[in-house]
Each structure stands twice: as structure tokens, then as C-alpha cells.
Write a protein that binds this ligand. Sequence first.
Ligand SMILES: Nc1ncnc2c1ncn2[C@@H]1O[C@H](COP(=O)(O)OP(=O)(O)OP(=O)(O)O)[C@@H](O)[C@H]1O
Ligand SMILES: O=P(O)(O)OC[C@H]1O[C@H](OP(=O)(O)OP(=O)(O)O)[C@H](O)[C@@H]1O
Ligand SMILES: [Mg+2]
Length: 279
Amino acid sequence: MLKIAVPNKGSLSETAAQMLSEAGYHGRRDPKELIVSDPRNDVEFFYLRPRDIATYVGSGALDVGITGRDLLLDSGSSAAEIAALDFAASTFRFAGPTGLLTDLADLEGKRVATSYPGLVGDFLADKGIDSTLIKLDGAVESAVRLGVADAVADVVETGATLRKQGLEIFGPVILESEAVLISSAAPAPGVDTLLRRLQGVMVARQYVLVDYNLPVALLERAVALTPGVESPTVSPLGEPDWVAVRVMIKRESTNHTMDALYELGARAILVTSIHAARI
Ligand SMILES: Nc1ncnc2c1ncn2[C@@H]1O[C@H](COP(=O)(O)OP(=O)(O)OP(=O)(O)O)[C@@H](O)[C@H]1O
Ligand SMILES: O=P(O)(O)OC[C@H]1O[C@H](OP(=O)(O)OP(=O)(O)O)[C@H](O)[C@@H]1O
Ligand SMILES: [Mg+2]
């Protein structure tokens, strides 16, 4: 049975559980469950703190897990990232009191508060900057106002938390992070199926199917607008000189693409959601 680590709390837990469910797995129903077996899919789920998942997977105790790239790198674990999962995107940045710190060298000799001392320590060492790390569990943005640090290094999504604390981003991007699937050194049998299923969920979320009818003379220009993942399916129509086209397009571009197809001369343009996919 494939042993899969899943975040039990925090920012990643809800979407991770939802993706696994959309991928056909049967996870926990009760948030107090820590281990749930899904024999039909030949997997077992272990609900763990996202920060600990890389440690379990890196040690080989569990085969794969869902965590954040930032947490994986912070842990120093030997687990490897095998796929990005397209959610919980954030950047990891330095921030300080507005206007006071402007570049990385300004951190020399300063106190930097963070919940990710492994990640930040490695980054500063690599750049030759000698700072003192102040390890906090969360709400690190308060550390400057409360006088325990001169700057912070933390997860930034919208930047709203920093702004509310009178802090401003400075210096280089430490990391672009998102939720990832990680695996132990020797990938276990069954990982391929899990990955294909999760990729299917991502495709179903990102793409829609579009069908349209078009004079065959315009086909080349229509294909340029909607090239699809591999290539569009083109079928004959009862009407001579017209064809029917079926193709996947990015969900976010749906209305622009429909407008462009209509202007080109396509008609009966229909858009349908994809329920599941294997590409
Ligand atoms: N606002 C956010 N936007 C996107 N990703 C985030 C955000 N906050 C945290 N994360 C991501 O969530 C993961 C942290 O997991 P964790 O469970 O500690 O989240 P958390 O939100 O800090 O949870 P908690 O604060 O309840 O402990 C990291 O990969 C981090 O990049
Ligand atoms: O850029 P923003 O959109 O404001 O999001 C970033 C904030 O979200 C997370 O905090 P969380 O709510 O998880 O609290 P924590 O600091 O206790 O982990 C993260 O640690 C940042 O503080
Ligand atoms: Mg947090």
C-alpha cells in the first residue's frame, strides 16, 4: 500500500484533501482521524503537520506527501519534489520597517525573525551575510514592532499582513513556493498512478472543452487560436465546407477565445467543464 502524508491543518490541508477526493481517493471524514486506509485504491493516508511531512517522507517512513516547497527546503530532508500542485502559491521575502532597509547587505549584523530558519539561514550563508536568526512559530510580522527583530523573512501572498504591520519587502526573492508532491529517494510503486490522477485534477481545473463549427477554409487560423494540448479534433459536418472542432483551452482565457473565434467566423461555440482527465 502506498503511504501518503497529507497536511492535517493550516493553509494546505483543505485544498490537498479536496484534490485527493477529486482524484478518486477516500480520505478522512472525521478531522480527528490521523491514519485512514483506502484499500480500494491501495493507499493509506497519514494526516500530519505540513512542517513534519518532509521529515517523514525523507526518512522513508512514508512514500510520498503533499507539503510546501518552502517547508521541504527548510527541513533539510532528502525527500525530492516530484510535481508542483498548482495551489498555495506564495513568495518568501525579507521585509523591514518602511524605508529603513533597502538591500540584502543591510541585514549584516541584524536580527531576522522567521519560522523557516533552515531556508533563511542557508540563503544568507550562501550570500555571505551574517545575521542572527530569531526563530518564531508564526505571526512573525509582529516581531519588529515588538522589538525582538530588525527584519522578518516570511511567506508573502498578497502582502496585506506585512503592510498592516508597517513593513515593506526588500532584497531578493528568497523562494517562489507552492504546494508540491514529494517522494522518498526510491519512488514506491503506485506513485505514478497518484501523480497521473493529481495531474488529471489539475487539468480539469485549468482547462475547459470548447466545441465550435467553422468554414473549413478558416481552419488553419482557428487552430492557431486554439492549438489544444496536442491538437484539436476536427470532424466533418452535414453542411459541406464546414467542420466541427473540439479542443481544450485554458479556463481563464475562455471568453477572450470565444470572442476571437466568433470574430473569425466560428458559430455554435459551446464550452463544457472537464470532470476528470488523463493526458
Ligand atoms: N497566505 C498564504 N498563501 C499561500 N500559501 C501560504 C500562505 N500561508 C502559508 N502558506 C503556505 O502554507 C504552508 C505552511 O503550512 P502551515 O500549515 O504552517 O500553514 P499556515 O497557514 O502557516 O498554518 P498555521 O498558521 O495554521 O500553522 C507553506 O508551504 C506556506 O508557503
Ligand atoms: O501576504 P498575505 O496575503 O498577508 O499572507 C501571508 C501571511 O499568511 C501566513 O500567515 P498565517 O495566517 O498562516 O499565520 P501564521 O503567521 O501564524 O502562520 C504567512 O505566514 C503570512 O503571515
Ligand atoms: Mg501560517
